[in-house]
Write a protein that binds this ligand. Structure first.
Ligand code: KIV
Length: 293
């Protein structure tokens, strides 16, 4: 198997749901897959309108929308609530729910029960889990229960402390081989796709011919079958530039702050509300009301 050249594709056809076969076909044809995260109803509507192929409700929600310092503290119930909101705004892209830290590692039974909740309660098409090792068995168990699973190797934020922090992975031959082993094991366990996060572009390029399922990269170079970015990073809805792989397409935080500041200034100076922002009452009714007061 060798990596095919990429062919530019049109946005996902609105209303025609992206399926596992759509993704496999995209890979076979060398048509890049566009995935983005979303965490609520408005962001999922944006993803739908923008025509992306896949939407991930990532555990990054912990940091982007809930203000936790890492992805670790977010609970299963918090993830399910956010994911259900995203579901309500989507028709076309495939919806993938990220199993949060502590919700799948203990046993196959725990992993299947959690994955089933993402499907039944939040309407997910698939789930994602992080790491190789014991996660490979968990992935296999969820797949055996009939739920499509996406793997995630390289930098796995839920266990970033054990990896030495939020840093790129696979930068020595030995560590690159570990990434390779994890990816192949997840593929063998039945995953329909894998995320490669923060690994050298050359390592991805070398691995791609060995992976038969779609690989979605984030900081893994251009050789992967698709890319994913965090919604708030690409739209600039958070402070700082973020990781080196982030490309900013807008600066919405600045725009939102300017909008709210202008509103507050209008309130303070009496420029808001104007007469057109109020409701009217018949003059006679108002006079009667005043009289009876
Ligand atoms: O949590 C997340 O958003 C992710 C993506 C960055 C792949 O895992």
């Amino acid at each position: 198997m060798s990596a095919r050249p990429k062919i530019a594709t049109a946005p996902a056809a609105k209303g025609k749901p992206v399926t596992l076969s759509t993704l496999a076909e995209r890979k076979a044809l060398g048509e890049p897959i566009a995935m983005v995260t979303a965490y609520d109803y408005p962001s999922s509507q944006v993803a739908e309108e923008a025509g992306v192929d896949m939407v991930l409700v990532g555990a990054s929600a912990a940091m982007t929308v809930l203000g936790y310092p890492s992805t670790v503290p977010i609970t299963l119930d918090e993830m399910l609530m956010l994911t259900a909101a995203v579901r309500r705004g989507l028709q076309t892209p495939m919806l993938v729910g990220d199993l949060p830290f502590g919700s799948y590692e203990v046993s196959d039974e725990q992993a299947v029960t959690t994955a089933q909740r993402f499907v039944k309660e939040a309407g997910c098409d698939a789930v994602k889990l992080e790491r190789g090792g014991s996660s490979v068995d968990r992935a296999g168990a969820i797949v055996a229960a009939g739920i499509p699973v996406m793997g995630h190797v390289g930098l796995t934020p839920q266990t970033a402390t054990a990896l030495g922090g939020y840093r790129s992975q696979g930068r020595t031959a030995e560590r690159a081989l570990e990434v390779c082993e994890d990816a192949l094991a997840l593929q063998d366990a039945g995953c329909f796709a894998i995320v490669f996060e923060a690994i050298p572009s050359g390592v991805s390029e070398a691995l791609m011919p060995r992976i038969g399922i779609p690989v979605i990269g984030i900081g893994a170079g251009p050789a992967t079958d698709g890319q994913v970015l965090v919604f708030h990073d690409l739209l600039g809805i958070r402070e700082g530039l973020g990781a080196r792989f982030v490309k900013r397409y807008a600066d919405l935080q600045d725009e939102m702050t300017a909008g709210v500041a202008a509103y507050a200034e209008d309130v303070r100076t009496g420029r808001y509300p104007e007469p057109r922002h109020g409701y009217s009452i018949d003059a006679e009714q108002l006079a009667a009301f005043r009289e009876q007061l």
